[in-house]
Design a protein around this ligand. Structure first.
Ligand SMILES: NC(=O)c1ccc[n+]([C@@H]2O[C@H](COP(=O)([O-])OP(=O)(O)OC[C@H]3O[C@@H](n4cnc5c(N)ncnc54)[C@H](O)[C@@H]3O)[C@@H](O)[C@H]2O)c1
Length: 294
């Protein structure tokens, strides 16, 4: 199968990598040669890391790299594709333009997928003359480590496209969950619900961030508690998603005040050194606010 990935950024280069590792021929396309090269460098580094950790052999790394071709020209990139996955920035106008440009340059059978983490695939598909070939393939970051791909079935997606998406996800040895195209899909919707309630519990003094997180980690077997996860993802990112879900699904997704206050103050989590925890050199060193030290 030939897989073309549009956008060689954080997600695109990882999607290209996992596709090539599964034996697919891959084209990685970005709008500037420099971005394509950055993406290819990212893939080389990831694969070299795998070789260093004995997860794959030098030969497997070379074979995967051989299967990936970088380019800037859109028409050549998609001409022979069986599957096109767009991983361009999260902007509906841009994604609709990309969908429509791809359709003009590829065959009628090509499945056109979006890696959107929050936008409506149904709306993107409306830009196509053959919208039944559109589907969402929501990879998680980083794609070469995270095992899940959420398959988003748009209103227009037909059975052939859905089955094709399932086969592709299995071919790259990821786990698939199939979700109807609704706000937040399955993962963001539940993840945000848990995160917002945990923040409200901190506001109400129910327990400290560390105790709430430990409760979920030890008591419920979550690998990371909802507040630490919020710090990792970025408070600004979570606030943005919560606002979108509130608009689409109602007041139960109303962002708590402390989340807004922290974002306004520039306390965005790990990336700025403070969120619900305090971070130094990427390590959690304490809790934000008046909680006793951990
Ligand atoms: N970063 C994450 O954690 C994450 C997780 C899941 C899904 N996503 C989704 O994946 C998509 C990409 O996110 P990202 O974090 O990789 O973004 P990014 O900014 O790292 O990369 C986007 C790339 O797309 C390129 N680009 C812009 N217009 C293009 C076009 N017309 N054709 C080809 N390339 C183009 C940019 O030059 C850039 O290199 C978004 O829809 C995002 O919501 C991101």
């Amino acid at each position: 199968m030939q897989v073309t990935v549009l956008g060689a950024g954080s997600m695109g280069h990882g999607i290209a990598q996992v596709s090539a590792m599964a034996g697919h021929d891959v084209v990685l396309r970005d709008i500037e040669e420099e971005f394509v090269e950055d993406g290819l460098d990212g893939i080389r580094n990831n694969l070299q890391g795998g070789v260093d950790r004995d997860k794959l052999s030098e030969e497997e790394m070379e074979a995967a790299l051989e299967r990936i071709e970088g380019m800037v020209d859109l028409e050549s990139a998609v001409a022979d594709a069986d599957l096109v996955v767009e991983a361009v920035p999260e902007d509906m106008g841009l994604k609709k333009d990309v969908f429509s440009d791809v359709e003009d340059a590829t065959s009628e059978d090509t499945v056109i997928a979006s890696n959107t983490s929050s936008l409506s695939v149904t709306e993107m598909a409306s830009a196509l003359e053959h919208p039944e070939r559109a589907v969402g393939l929501h990879f998680f970051n980083p794609p070469h480590i995270m095992d899940l791909v959420e398959i988003i079935v748009a209103e227009q997606t037909d059975e052939r496209t859905e089955a094709f998406a399932v086969d592709y996800v299995r071919s790259i040895e990821k786990e698939d969950v199939v979700v109807r195209d609704t706000a937040g899909f399955a993962t963001s919707r539940l993840g945000i619900a848990l995160g917002l309630e945990a923040i409200r519990m901190v506001e109400q003094g129910v327990a400290s961030p560390a105790d709430i997180d430990e409760g979920m980690e030890i008591g419920y077997g979550h690998p990371m508690g909802p507040l630490e996860l919020t710090d990792h993802v970025g408070l600004d990112v979570r606030l943005h998603i919560a606002e979108h879900l509130r608009e689409e699904l109602g007041e139960r997704f109303k962002p708590p005040q402390s989340l807004r206050r922290k974002v306004r103050a520039g306390n965005l989590g790990k990336k700025t050194g403070e969120g619900y925890y305090v971070w130094e050199d990427g390590e959690r060193v304490g809790m934000s606010g008046d909680w006793d030290d951990e």
